[in-house]
Design a protein around this ligand. Structure first.
Ligand code: NAD
Length: 734
């Protein structure tokens, strides 16, 4: 047994209790691979075959139990399917795919029904397929510590728990709770997991293995609850009065939350619904069928590629200049302690770095630090931080108006007013105080970095670090490379972004950079629809139905309408009236200047924000509309297409212009930065998975009806001509 087992240590104690310690060599985290499945099956066989072994505890030799299945292995299955389909036909390919994709489920079921008790002793992260392994064990002991979390997060990458998760969870708890858990894919803390019925014991980390062994020694049963005759699921039968209270609303909630865009969510619903009406083995088979189907959907493929593979590669430094030593960033200066600056100071201090927070005077700097106090207090109130964390965090932030305090900083991020003159003055003052090696970064959202760098004495050490608001929540940061920005500045910026646990994409300098360009196109499309006479509620709903997290009018209210008008006017002043849309200008002038409606910030925007009540679309919008269309005459599918196509076209233009040089960054950036319909895999994957030719046809049809903003750029036309994809270049480079 031990010879063939590379990924587990296997030993049996004097009481006849085996311990399988999962500890994959050369990896920081255990993952489920083909070899792991084989070895696990071997362990089950060994435990069954040896009459002296009473049962087995499964645990991990690493700080975490395991993050789950190796998703690249699942990608490999898809490739094998395509190969077999071409060689031997679809039926053979599908049969092979089905059997291969249910291997994990069968191994777990074998463990569960082998006749000897298995217990899981879990510490650290135990997610996805790894938690399904724990669920297949007859007893689960979780470590009572801060790092331990269990859960089935498959849905977050468009997948579906195919290792028995949907069946076991649905048999452990009330159906409504089970569906919520599977839909949300959240990581669950140990005590919560126990209360939900997902674990049997919570114990100090040092005792979990002993407790699991003690359970076996005390005669723990090797029969899962659902294998006991007359087992009843916690919510009873599906076809029962109680079941009828659950399923119709569950279906409605699914539609409300997903707009039917996520096949994996629908498959969860169906798998639980059908599985609960069947004995376990058949339920598992149903689950396997859905799993095999989901694995092959373009949504799962797109989401795995962007949210798992590309994001992992980017976070591991795929786009970081290779020859630069890792930056040592002990102290960071933040100049401008306003809305953004305070957020930047907070996330930096939270990552353990020292912060010098500077504003024009002490009071303004103190106000920025007070905002950090508010943010961490919010965390304490939510149980996510302790008072001691607050003290330590605030102790790391020095609020001052004295630039000399920047003398020991490795990096300075500037977040003062968006005014070139103010920025120029600040750049001069900061550079005079900074040590030689330090990097200067600007958080400007609209001013080109290369222009700002003109006043810098060391433009190669000058870079853009563009955060999104609110800083403490948004995971994306754009690192802007100006014409003179050097590799060390880019590498330092990316190292810093990683240190604060965000994802950085490298964007070449251009007006609006990447994310804002695309998202402004989305908001503008909403404005255009309003001026065409589409009912406002229909605009908002179509945005969400297309897969966006919020409607365009809602989004504009959050950002502020006057800001949009300001940008529009500045663009017009610099580039002439042909560079802006007259309908949009008319709408924003009416809203901002004539009606004083600025957005959420003054509680009056496209929505009204009544004190203590829910926001509602402002009824006066219909007066502002030059015309009103009959809702029955409007094609909602077309509205949805307009929203996604207009953003994808903008993303394609950023590639054509060399602003984006790697499709992974556009895809990851569009989902993390502005919530571009995640099921598509991002703004460029949306085009790639549709096929450039079909996309160009769609864009052309919209262009004929709505004008030049839908004109496809040359790079897309070329791709449509030869069947190319944005990711082809990446494959060649790899
Ligand atoms: P803000 O008005 O809230 O804060 C600006 C701060 O800079 C104020 O506290 C002000 O006192 C300070 N300041 C002004 N002149 C200064 C000087 N000479 N020396 C020191 N401090 C000075 O603005 P904000 O929303 O935090 O935006 C700051 C920057 O971040 C801008 O460049 C903006 O474009 C960019 N940005 C903003 C957002 C956003 O959503 N608000 C998003 C991304 C980037």
């Amino acid at each position: 047994m031990s010879e063939s087992t590379k990924n587990f240590r296997f030993e049996t104690d004097a009481d006849g209790i085996a311990l399988a310690t999962w500890d994959m060599p050369g990896r920081s985290m255990n993952v489920i691979t083909m070899a792991v499945m084989d070895e696990l099956e071997g362990i089950v066989d060994a435990v069954v075959a040896d009459a002296t072994i009473k049962g087995c505890v499964v645990t991990s030799g690493k700080p975490n139990f395991s993050g789950g299945a190796d998703l690249t292995m699942l990608q490999g299955l898809g490739a094998e399917y395509e190969r077999l389909k071409a060689a031997e036909g679809e039926e053979v390919a599908m049969r092979h795919f089905f059997e291969a994709s249910r291997r994990l489920s069968l191994v777990f079921r074998k463990l569960e029904t082998c006749g000897k008790p298995f217990a899981a002793a879990v510490q650290g992260l135990c997610l996805g397929g790894a938690f399904e392994l724990a669920l297949a064990c007859h007893h689960r002991v979780l470590a009572d510590d801060e790092k331990t979390r269990v859960g089935l997060p498959e849905i977050k990458v468009g997948l579906f728990p195919g290792g028995g998760g949907t069946q076991r969870v649905a048999r452990l708890m009330q159906t409504g709770d089970a569906l919520q858990m599977l839909f949300k894919g959240e990581q669950i803390r140990p005590l919560m997991a126990k209360n939900m019925g997902l674990a049997h014991e919570v114990a100090p980390a040092a005792e979990i293995v002993e407790r699991a062994k003690a359970w076996i020694k005390a005669g723990g049963s090797a029969v899962a609850p659902w294998d006991v005759p007359k087992f009843k699921a916690p919510s009873g039968k599906v076809y029962s009065p109680a079941g009828m209270m659950i399923w119709p609303p569950a279906n409605a909630i699914y539609r409300r939350e997903t707009h039917d865009n996520y096949p994996a969510a629908k498959a969860i619903l169906a798998s639980v619904y059908e599985g609960l009406q069947l004995p376990m083995d058949l339920g598992l088979k149903v689950e396997s069928r859905y799993f095999a189907y989901i694995l092959r959907t373009k949504e799962a493929q797109a989401m795995i590629r962007t949210l798992f593979i590309s994001m992992g590669e980017i976070n591991k430094g795929a786009r970081r200049p290779k020859d630069v030593e890792p930056a040592r960033i002990g102290k960071v200066g933040v100049v401008g302690a306003g809305f953004m600056g305070a957020g930047i100071a907070y996330v930096t201090a939270q990552a353990g770095m020292e912060v010098v927070l500077i504003d024009r005077d002490q009071a303004a700097a103190d106000a920025g630090k007070a905002h950090c106090h508010t943010l961490i207090t919010g965390q304490i109130n939510r149980g996510k931080a302790k008072t001691a964390d607050r003290d330590a965090l605030l102790a790391r932030i020095t609020a001052t108006s004295d630039y000399a305090a920047l003398g020991t900083c490795d990096l300075v991020v500037e977040a003062v007013f968006e005014d070139p003159a103010v920025k120029a003055e600040v750049i001069g003052k900061v550079e005079a105080a900074l040590p030689e090696h330090a990097i200067f970064a600007s958080n400007t959202s609209t001013l080109p970095i290369s222009g700002l760098a003109k006043v810098s004495k060391r433009p190669e050490q000058f870079v853009g670090i563009h955060f999104f608001s609110p800083v403490e929540k948004m995971l994306l940061v754009e690192v802007i490379r100006g014409t003179q920005t050097g590799d060390r500045a880019v590498a330092t910026a990316l190292d810093y972004v990683r240190a604060i646990k965000k994802t950085g994409i490298v964007v070449n300098d251009a007006r609006g950079f990447f994310a804002n360009r695309c998202v402004l196109a989305y908001v503008k499309e909403g404005h255009k629809m309003l001026m065409e006479g589409v009912p406002p509620a229909m605009i908002e709903n179509a945005g969400r139905m297309a897969g966006m997290p919020v409607g365009p009018l809602s989004l504009n209210d959050e950002v502020a309408l006057d800001l949009g008008l300001k940008i529009l006017k500045a663009t017009e002043a610099q580039l002439g009236s042909s560079a802006i849309d007259p309908d949009q200008k008319r709408l924003l002038l009416e809203m901002v200047e004539n009606r004083g409606r600025l957005g959420r910030k003054n509680k009056r925007g496209f929505y009204d924000y009544p004190e203590g009540g829910q926001k509602k679309l402002w009824p006066g919008l219909s007066e502002i509309q030059p015309t009103r269309l009959d809702p029955d005459s409007i094609d909602v599918e077309e509205l949805k297409h307009r929203f996604l196509v207009v953003q994808a076209l903008e993303a394609a233009r950023t590639v054509q212009e060399g602003v984006i040089t790697d499709p992974r960054e556009a895809d990851v950036g569009s989902i993390l930065g502005f919530g571009f319909a995640p099921f598509t895999g991002g703004a460029l994957s949306y085009i790639d998975f549709m096929g450039a030719s079909a996309f160009v046809d769609l864009a052309r049809a919209l262009e004929a009806k709505h004008g030049a903003r839908f004109t496809p750029p040359d790079n897309l036309l070329a791709m449509a001509g030869h069947g190319g994809r944005f990711y082809d270049a990446l494959k060649r480079a790899a």
